[in-house]
Design a protein around this ligand. Structure first.
Ligand SMILES: Cc1cc2nc3c(=O)[nH]c(=O)nc-3n(C[C@H](O)[C@H](O)[C@H](O)COP(=O)(O)OP(=O)(O)OC[C@H]3O[C@@H](n4cnc5c(N)ncnc54)[C@H](O)[C@@H]3O)c2cc1C
Length: 392
């Protein structure tokens, strides 16, 4: 009997598997399709503190993600790369230069005294080198440092690290139901056309946008969180940016749009994203909408008139956000854990979160789960585990 069964092979599921195995526990991950099949292959692929979260006062989140960013830069140097980010300020940009400078100074302070904490203003004489960035009405360009990754490759690397510590993966294996048992939870799933059932002490629901579909199949005292699924699309362009990432304001609604030189699997392409569209269907069916593609393409055309604009490909992922009225843009991006019993949890669900902070959140899940787990001898500390790339 494994100590833990984790439903979902996205970054949170594999992160929990790594943390559990490192802490000496036996753990089995159930993934219905393929590791990183869900949101963890459809993000903006940024490993960042989230500069814009400073505006909504989410300082603790920014500090935590910046700390995780530095661990990832050290542990996964082939998969996570420090990249210059550029913020152009035009006459019509909502945020004024002083606001950008204040935000970047605070971001630098939260990063610490390192090279990646520095920001600077790009001299006007160098604007011509910025990948064809529109210079009409341009007042200033600020550069700071954050990081980018190949999200699916990072997720596979974390799963590989977990397996090296003894974690098991069942894939494809579709979770079907769970009921309480005397010692924990009894989980049932479909694998190779057969029904399989096993008992574990703690069942972790890391099913991302499927989280409440999975919770409906678990007989538990935990009260599912009311959520919205908010779709975010990216377009892929056959163009190569050489100077880094551009962080612009969308022309129509002033939301943040990133223009990103592809990394890893996306090398040689440019990604532009993202959008925020409320989604009500089956997570499996999420697709970029024509309106989202037009919105991203027209922003690309506006800021980079010389780049090719033909959309080669597009993809969409789903954010899991607490249900609220108002703009998705301003909602908290913290990871929320819900359990049936905080003193003796048998069932823990992970809601929301960031790719960047998966390790810290996995540690938080384990601190909670340990209330219902026996003492085991730890095998490793996830802060120091190398994450080399692995094959598909
Ligand atoms: C548009 C967009 C851009 C983003 N950009 C960034 C970014 O730049 N940086 C950042 O840090 N974060 C970013 N995020 C957030 C980040 O991508 C997500 O928080 C993270 O990928 C979620 O991972 P997850 O493991 O929770 O879910 P998922 O990756 O969706 O994994 C859930 C898994 O559960 C599996 N599953 C579901 N049901 C079952 C079942 N019954 N049985 C077995 N398996 C099942 C699915 O197949 C899936 O693989 C972005 C999110 C979006 C939507």
């Amino acid at each position: 009997m494994p100590d833990l069964i984790v439903i979902g092979g996205g970054i949170h599921g594999v992160g929990v598997a790594q943390a559990a195995a490192a802490a000496g526990y036996s753990v089995l991950v159930l993934e219905q399709t393929a590791v990183a099949h869900g949101t963890s292959s459809r993000s903006s692929k940024l490993i960042h503190g989230g500069l814009r979260y400073l505006e909504t006062g989410q300082f603790a989140l920014v500090r935590k993600t910046l700390r995780e960013r530095s661990l990832l830069l050290r542990n996964a140097p082939e998969l996570v790369k420090l990249t210059p980010f550029h913020i152009p300020v035009y006459r019509e940009t909502r945020r004024r230069p002083w606001q950008i400078r204040a935000g970047l100074s605070l971001y630098g302070l939260l990063t610490g005294l390192r090279r990646d904490a520095l920001h600077r203003k790009i001299p006007r004489s160098r604007w011509g080198q910025l990948d064809g960035l529109e210079t009409r009405h341009l007042q200033a360009v600020y550069q700071y440092w954050d990081a980018q990754t190949d999200d699916a490759a990072l997720t596979r690397a974390v799963m590989h690290s977990a397996r090296q510590l003894g974690a098991e993966l069942a894939c494809p294996a579709q979770f079907v139901s769970a009921t309480p048992s005397t010692r924990g939870m009894s989980a049932a799933w479909e694998q190779d056309g057969k029904s399989v059932e096993q008992t574990c002490r703690v069942l972790i629901n890391a099913a991302g946008p499927w989280v409440n579909m999975v919770n409906r199949r678990i007989d538990s005292q935990a009260r599912p969180l009311a959520i919205d699924l908010v779709q975010g699309a990216h377009i892929v362009i056959d163009a190569r940016l050489t100077q880094g990432i551009y962080y612009t304001e969308a022309v129509s609604d002033r939301r943040a749009i990133f223009t990103i030189p592809g990394f890893g699997h996306w090398h040689g392409k440019t990604l532009v994203g993202t959008t925020e569209t409320l989604y009500r269907g089956d997570p499996e069916q999420v697709q970029p909408l024509a309106a989202e593609i037009n919105y991203l393409q027209s922003n690309l055309r506006h800021y980079f008139p010389q780049l090719p604009h033909r959309v080669e490909d597009a993809f969409a992922g789903l954010r899991v956000l607490p249900q609220q009225t108002g703009s998705a843009f301003k909602r908290p991006r913290d990871t929320i854990l819900v359990s049936d019993d905080n003193n003796q949890p048998r069932h823990i669900s992970i809601y929301g979160g960031k790719l960047t902070s998966y390790r810290a959140e996995a540690q938080r899940v384990m601190r909670l789960a340990k209330h219902n787990l026996p003492d085991r001898r730890p095998r490793a500390d996830t802060r120091f585990l190398p994450l080399p790339p692995v094959d598909n």
